[in-house]
Design a protein around this ligand. Sequence first.
Ligand code: FCB
Length: 452
Amino acid sequence: MNTHPATHPPAQFPADFVWGVATSAFQIEGASDVDGKGPSIWDSFCKLPGTIADGSDGHVACDHYQRWSDDLDMIASLGVKAYRFSTSWPRVQPTGSGAWNAKGLDFYERLVDGLLARGIAPYLTLNHWDFPQALQDKGGWANRDTVQHFVDYALGMHARLGDRVASITTHNEPWVMSVLGNETGIFAPGIKNRGTAAQVSHHLLLSHGLAMRALRDVGCKASLGIVLNLSPIQGASDSAADRAKAYLEDGRLARWYLDPLFKAAYPADVLTDLGADAPQVQNGDMDIIATPMDYLGINYYSRTVVSADGSWNVRQSGLELTEMDWEIYPQGLTELLLRLKRDYPVPPLFITENGGAFKDPLVNGQVHDADRTRYLQTHIESVHQAMRQGVKMGGYMVWSLMDNFEWASGYAKRFGIVHVDYATQARTLKDSAYWYQSFLSTQAAAALAKAA
Ligand code: FCB
């Protein structure tokens, strides 16, 4: 029972607005080496000393591979219309090319059928980072051959599930895979090379465009797009140097992906900044990348403030921070959505992730996470603000359904609206889950009343 009910945002969303919750394969499934699954770069990365804050890995995670059916009942109990999940490439194709793993494919088929049986639309992401180690051994995303392997993987998943999923996302957050995975090296595969990172980003984008074309060629009915992590980037002061820094950082995070996707070109200032590290691009690549999408997914968590001399510290602004030390800045979401509408010919936008990590202990079977509820409520209100100003929005998904493996932070950071006790795997709905459930039922009732 929710003993701390928060008021609902006053906003009434359209009846066809898609409300959901999101997860990803590596973060919840566990079963990292059973039923023929091949190793992913995250399995390998977790084994390296010092990579994961609490020394943990994805071996068991939320044991979702075994508990999927109960988890689907839990999702259904929330009253969401959609569930965003990812398929693990090495679970279905252990070495990333060639032979398929029947048991892995069967798992996702059960999952998709289970969702449909419960009236929930499956939103599939093909690449949420758990890339096959066997392909990494051949150069990973820096190797152009990986592009074709990804297209084959996309077609294989479509052949099995394409008639039943509502949506297929090619990649989740290419910036993270490129920069955190290959430039700063704090995420798998842990490479520290700016040129490699730039080449990786180009091949991710190219494979996105090629996969969409290939899927459409075989008659794919699901809506197709990509998910970007975006954040408004502001200078710490109005000085020319801080503003220039903010512009370049926005170039690397946002324009580096948005310009090719919507204008078929990389931003000139970022190319100049990269210099000899700029990626190799072949004739025709940019047109493929700019293949029209059915939607653009956006993961939004916070704003970003930068200063030219690197002295900015998040504690300076006085804004509340989440457990990740991310500023809570809901108005940034409205700003971001309006900017996308202003600067690019965007298709309908989806918030594919939004949420926060907070300290929220389980006490007597309850989790009173009023801070998370407030976070969700204010961000949902920000989405509505943008819609009132003409932004076309398709839906909103909470990150995350349940506490899970938060990459380099391990299990210490909890983003779920459902608490997971990792010792027993018991799931407990937090107050924020009850709030979301009640918010969604109010939305549904209002939509029904309007239709009557
Ligand atoms: C995003 C990731 C997601 C999760 C959240 C907190 O960058 O897509 O898997 O880790 O951050």
